[in-house]
Design a protein around this ligand. Structure first.
Ligand code: CTP
Ligand code: C5P
Length: 341
């Protein structure tokens, strides 16, 4: 049985727009059904034809899927309807998809061919997250622009300026999350590995909200600084205190899973302090601390430089991801999209 599984090549395909941990979880389950996982990602043209334009470009989507740790290979521009020819071309035994029906613009099940041929397997969809849901959370931020004057849309809006000021502060939008985090899910996503003796340990910290291509380029560079990459994720109130407005859009547990799904990441600190302390550095035996090209705010309470200690120790390094993407830009794209319809 184990021998047989070693030979199995699995195929998945989809849009993978604004890749989230629900996508990652389906790829994780798909990989577990075989030994090698190939993921076909559709072009912008194909997606536009069947369900409307994606938020991310195809280049961005290819890159995001390629960085998911269970993915062995990405096929760019895979056809919307999965054919037996495609499975055969890539030598895949079967196709795996979540337990929801995907249709073409003509209302045809995109998996009817592989289903009829008995080369289709289903995995459970992750409840509580989807591209549509995330877009909804972002549009919620903007509703007052569209329906100015209607009270119901202004609930919580004053949050922007006042929210960051006490420890209970949090984004009202992460409260929309229907996802139920469990330790089981974290274990499934985690590498579960400790650094090997002599490993150079890299630490970075941030919000990593709506995990995007800018984060990815940054983490790739950070990982190249050493052998073991630890990512510290700030809590929702901390993120809110320096990002303001309605951030974060994904709550801490969701951000943990998104970051853990990335192949460059070895370990995540769940709720890392904003200021990188000596204790934290000693505890994790951190050799180098990095930060990208985004501005660094002083600590909201003490005004301290978040990287003051690693700087004093001579182990701080700026990394240029050469990528200008930010969570705010994704939100802008969505608003732009929304205005076009
Ligand atoms: N998927 C999942 N759980 C989710 C969302 C997606 O398991 N919460 C799976 C889908 O079932 C599919 C794969 O991710 O097997 C890629 O799907 P894609 O075509 O990108 O997904 P959508 O279902 O359109 O994703 P979303 O609902 O987020 O738009
Ligand atoms: O903004 P956030 O806290 O999510 O950023 C996490 C890390 O990723 C930071 O070090 C930031 O500078 C880096 N980053 C980057 N390039 C981007 C976006 C983020 O280097 N385009």
């Amino acid at each position: 049985e184990a021998e047989k599984k070693k030979q199995i090549r699995v195929w998945c395909d989809g849009c993978y727009d604004m890749v989230h941990f629900g996508h990652a979880n389906s790829l994780r389950q798909a990989k577990a059904l075989g030994a090698y996982l190939i993921v076909g990602v559709h072009t912008d043209e194909e997606i536009t034809k069947h369900k409307g334009p994606p938020v991310y470009t195809e280049e961005e989507r290819y890159k995001m899927v390629r960085a998911i740790k269970w993915v062995d290979e990405v096929v760019e521009g895979a056809p919307y309807v999965t054919t037996l020819e495609t499975l055969d071309k890539y030598n895949c035994d079967f196709c795996v998809h979540g337990d929801d029906i995907t249709m073409t613009a003509d209302g045809v099940d995109t998996y009817h061919l592989v289903k009829e041929a008995g080369r289709y397997k289903e995995v459970k969809r992750t409840a509580g997250v989807s591209t549509t849901d995330l877009v909804g959370r972002m549009l919620l931020m903007t509703r007052q622009h569209f329906y100015r004057g209607q009270r119901e849309y202004e609930v919580g809006k004053e949050g922007s300026s006042t929210m960051g000021q006490d420890s209970a502060a949090r984004s009202p939008w992460t409260g929309c999350s229907q996802f139920l985090p469990t330790t089981q899910k974290i274990i499934q996503f985690s590498e579960g590995k400790e650094p090997k003796p002599g490993d150079r340990i890299v630490y970075v910290a941030g919000a990593f909200d709506l995990f995007h291509v800018g984060h990815l380029d940054f983490l790739e560079k950070a990982r190249a600084e050493g052998d073991f990459l630890i990512v510290g994720l700030h809590t929702d109130p901390v993120v809110n205190s320096y990002k303001g407005k309605n951030y974060p859009i994904m709550n801490l547990h969701e951000r943990v899973l998104s970051v853990l799904a990335c192949k460059y990441v070895s370990e995540v600190v769940i709720g890392a302090p904003y200021v990188v302390s000596a204790d934290l550095m000693d505890h994790f035996k951190i050799d180098i601390v990095c930060h990208g090209n985004t501005p660094i705010q002083p600590d909201s309470e003490t005004g301290e430089d978040a990287y003051g200690i690693p700087k004093k120790r001579g182990c701080f390094k700026f990394l240029d991801s050469s990528n200008q993407m930010t969570t705010e830009k994704i939100v802008e794209r969505i608003i732009q999209h929304r205005l076009e319809f």
